[in-house]
Design a protein around this ligand. Structure first.
Ligand code: BTN
Length: 320
């Protein structure tokens, strides 16, 4: 994001923040290391040439007013330059009583987690690594719908900033562009038998990656790879959180929302109906997808009749 501004002398900055010119120089160096584009030096003064695309609470707060993620944003949007996993941090904070609507964002994850035993490639300041805390008044058996709703929120957010892209959702938690994955969702929770205590929805979006490690090259993509241009992570993240807020609000306030989400998910997925699939986990199963059941689980017609898939990775094996 380019924001050319005036040149300000080191002395003036030092006076304003009550420190020395050499301390200002040290702080400017620190900002540069974080990717802030500041021109100049102590003799000429400094000029902020571009505001970095960092997922800072200050950059997001204004857009999130009126949403559950905008309440006391300065306190409840947590930003990390480097962290193990935003989901782990959010789960820890939720167990310690962090309020619903708390958001955890990282520039880089050192041990980003995917579903099952998978990891999530989380290179510095190229993707969105975001986890939110929700406390829906619902039993744990209803939790899958939040993951499906998060997929729809990602789809709406991408449509808002890059309408030319057609996001295809893959049950339960993947979002694809031209058959390659650019987004994964990891929903975790702590629950009693009858009620969810807290839910953490973790969303990883590949935004500005120009390439991926060899093992991901054939299966992963990013908005940049698909469009040839870089995208503002701040804009996309704000659109995502606003859209997630809308989905969550309707799920917790409108009795008809659950069925509507299931229907919209089916409409947004090329593979949830009429697609030949195999699922390796849980004993293995192969057949043709038949849509979602009333809880959001995948139905597959196999040679032994219709079966319900409650978890596992769906592999597409061709059209029916
Ligand atoms: C998957 O596709 O397997 C799910 C990937 C989820 C990745 C996100 S990135 C933010 C959050 N923190 C994590 O450690 N994982 C999720």
């Amino acid at each position: 994001m380019s924001h050319a501004t005036v040149v300000v002398s080191g002395t003036k900055i030092a006076e304003e923040i009550g420190t020395s010119r050499s301390e200002v120089w040290r702080l400017i160096q620190q900002l540069r290391e974080l990717g802030v584009d500041v021109a100049g030096h102590p003799a000429t003064g400094y000029q902020l040439r571009a505001v970095p695309d960092l997922l800072l609470p200050e950059m997001l707060a204004a857009s999130l007013k009126g949403t559950i993620f905008g309440k006391n944003a300065a306190k409840h949007i947590h930003h990390y330059y480097k962290i193990g996993s935003t989901n782990s941090e959010a789960m820890r904070a939720a167990a310690d009583g962090a309020p619903e609507g708390s958001v955890f964002l990282a520039e880089e994850q050192l041990s980003g987690r995917g579903r099952g035993a998978h990891t999530w490639h989380s290179a510095r300041s190229t993707g969105i690594y975001c986890s939110v805390i929700l406390r829906p008044p619902m039993p744990p058996s209803d939790a899958l719908i939040f993951s499906l709703a998060a997929g729809l929120a990602v789809r709406a957010a991408v449509a808002e900033i890059a309408p030319q892209l057609k996001v295809d959702l893959k049950w339960p938690n993947d979002a694809l562009l031209n058959g390659k994955k650019f987004c994964g969702i990891l929903t975790e929770m702590t629950a009693e038998v009858t009620r969810v205590r807290h839910l953490v929805v973790g969303i990883g979006i590949n935004v500005n990656q120009a390439k991926f490690p060899a093992e991901l090259r054939d299966i992963a993509t990013s908005l940049r790879i698909e469009t040839g241009t870089e995208w503002s992570r701040v804009e996309l993240c704000a659109a995502l959180l606003k859209s997630l807020d809308r989905e969550y609000h309707s799920l917790t306030h409108d009795a008809a929302a659950r069925v509507a989400i299931m229907r919209r998910f089916e409409e947004s997925s090329s593979s949830v109906r009429g697609q030949k699939v195999s699922i390796e986990e849980n004993g293995g199963l192969a057949g043709i997808t038949e849509g979602l059941d009333e809880r959001g689980f995948l139905r597959v017609r196999t040679e032994n009749g219709s079966q319900t898939v409650i978890s596992g990775t769906v592999r597409l094996t061709g059209t029916s």
